[in-house]
Write a protein that binds this ligand. Structure first.
Ligand code: GDP
Length: 326
């Protein structure tokens, strides 16, 4: 048996070290690793079972790691296997990671039913997206029941995570004043569940008020066909006191079950697969422009388009003429 087959076998048996190795392989940009990674992903197709992929976003300090630790331990306590992946756009810039830090999730990281993987340092978000999607597939093949994909509420990472999740959660802190916090409308539109954290002690009243405000705002939004009555909804939780977590999980399973029963679950995954296929094609085409004279043309034509000297379509046509025709 070659390496890939051995790795696939160990991974399917739920071996966490094999899973960690496989993720390292999909993170590598070395061409030979890439070939092995694709072979591995292919060998794993159809293994494991359908996990629930949950995207989770929130600004730093809102309590994401405290929540994941408490929520994850609650799920493993029910016998479920939980994987945590992080998408950290700041690691793309600084090389450092502020998410998925194991020391912040000590209890969960020691749990034999859990697997935590911090965000990789990558040069661009596109690379992180590919790695995360593939890591999700690997976790699913390894038999995990719930895959939490954590990200911070900045930039495009939230939309990206929503594009690879079955459900998307937004974690918020209680607002100080009356008005809603500066949550972008686009983010509200992709949220399936808003959780107002820190509903404890002297923050409890503010959390309850904030939650009611968001519930009101959600009711005013356009109804989506993939939502049962009452969704998207807002709930309060306290990650610190481990309160409201069971209710939040009930809401998540209710939503997932409804979507499964009504064909939305499969349809969403199919649309996501198509989206990522097209993203890969775009990425591949752009990569072919790398290092060639077309790269200079990309910059030059980009300038011309921005300055209004050329139409985007004409500029794109000129650029594509630079592609090697292999
Ligand atoms: P992250 O940056 O979103 O991962 O946030 P952390 O989980 O590191 O939490 C940031 C701070 O908020 C820490 O000091 C936590 O102790 C605190 N915190 C997290 N959850 C709660 C909660 O439910 N209630 C209260 N009162 N504080 C919390």
């Amino acid at each position: 048996m070659d390496d890939t087959q051995t790795l696939a076998k160990r991974l399917c048996a739920g071996d966490r070290r094999a899973l960690a190795r496989a993720i390292t392989l999909v993170e590598s940009s070395r061409p030979d690793h890439r070939t092995q990674a694709l072979a591995l992903l292919d060998a794993l197709r159809g293994h494991g079972h359908e996990a629930l992929r949950i995207g989770l976003s929130g600004t730093p300090g809102v309590g994401k790691s405290t929540f994941i630790e408490a929520f994850g331990c609650m799920l493993t306590g029910q016998g479920l296997r939980v994987a945590v992946l992080a998408v950290d756009p700041s690691s793309a810039r600084t090389g450092g990671s502020i998410l998925g830090d194991k020391t912040r999730m000590e209890r969960l990281s020691r749990d034999p039913r859990a697997f935590i993987r911090p965000s990789p340092s990558q040069t661009h978000l596109g690379g992180v997206a590919r790695r995360t999607r593939e890591a999700i597939d690997l976790c699913e093949a390894a038999g995990f029941d719930v895959i939490l994909i954590e990200t911070v509420g900045v930039g495009q990472s939230e939309t990206m995570v929503a594009e690879m999740s079955d459900l998307f959660l937004l974690l918020l802190a209680p607002a100080g004043g009356d008005e809603l916090q500066g949550v972008k409308r686009g983010i509200m539109e992709i949220a399936d569940l808003i959780l107002v954290n820190k509903a404890d002690g002297e923050l409890k009243a503010a959390a309850t008020r904030t939650c009611a405000d968001y519930a009101g705002a959600l009711r005013l939004m356009r109804k989506r066909p993939e939502d049962p009555p009452g969704f998207p909804k807002a709930l309060t939780v306290s990650a610190m006191e481990e309160a409201g977590l069971a209710t939040a999980w009930e809401a998540m399973t209710e939503l997932a079950d409804w979507r499964r029963d009504h064909g939305h679950f499969t349809a969403r995954r199919a649309a996501q697969a198509r989206h990522w296929f097209e993203a890969e094609v775009r990425h591949g085409l752009l990569a072919r422009l790398d290092g060639s004279e077309a790269r200079a043309a990309l910059a030059r034509l980009g300038e011309a388009v921005a300055a209004g000297e050329m139409s985007p379509a004409k500029a794109a046509q000129d650029l594509l003429a630079h592609l090697p025709s292999r």
